[in-house]
Design a protein. Structure first.
Length: 210
């Protein structure tokens, strides 16, 4: 159990940290310095960790069921300070999931490069981390793309909708987190994510398989 936690720790921390920093970096590029001023455009995980959502909840779920679910401290973004608030929201929101896609590809590539290598225990440790690295980034990629505000997919959907529909759609946001909890408790989240993750893993295997 301890070995499992240690193998998952680095991939999870990297996945969350880079995801959040990416939001802040793109927000700054599009005119909003809020995250930068708050010191959140950083790879220091301590700046992004939420004690409950990043540590307590994932640890308890992993110990009880072997599954992972959690959240980081949201990066502060003032969308009104973006040069084109509604349009630029799409890029700020998409930055997080895109970073997870890049990291999943990176872990898969690393596993392929280390396969059969002579790096000894160091290489073996990285190989063991590659699977969780692909898995957690795949989960964060597709989870955050769900069109449920305030998830990134909800922000992207809001940005793409016509103004009159976007205003109505935004009213869902106060119910977003309860919706996610219901989906998690009923197994609906797994039903949605499992085929997406399976297809993603199959594509990576074809791309990097030996």
């Amino acid at each position: 159990m301890l070995q499992g936690i240690l193998i998952w720790a680095l991939p999870v921390v990297l996945a969350i940290t880079v995801h959040e920093a990416a939001h802040g970096y793109v927000a700054r590029a599009f005119g909003d310095p809020t995250a930068a001023l708050a010191g959140r455009i950083t790879l220091n995980p301590l700046r992004h960790i939420d004690p409950i959502g990043t540590i307590a909840v994932p640890l308890v779920l992993y110990l009880l069921s072997g599954t992972l679910f959690g959240w980081a401290k949201p990066v502060p973004v003032n969308f009104n300070r973006l040069r084109h608030p509604k349009a630029d929201m799409l890029w700020v929101a998409a930055a997080g999931p895109f970073s997870n896609l890049v990291m999943a590809l990176g872990w898969a590539c690393l596993a392929a490069l280390l396969h059969g290598s002579a790096l000894g225990s160091y290489g073996h440790g990285l190989t063991l981390m590659a699977g969780p690295g692909v898995a957690i980034n795949g989960v964060l990629l597709f989870l955050n793309l769900l069109p449920i505000p305030p998830l990134d997919g909800g922000r992207i959907t809001f940005s793409l909708l016509p103004d009159h529909l976007a205003k109505k759609y935004a009213r869902i946001e106060p119910y977003g987190f309860p919706i996610m909890l219901v989906l998690l408790a009923t197994g609906g989240l797994g039903v949605i994510l499992e085929p997406l993750l399976n297809g993603f893993m199959a594509a990576l295997l074809r791309l990097f398989g030996n």
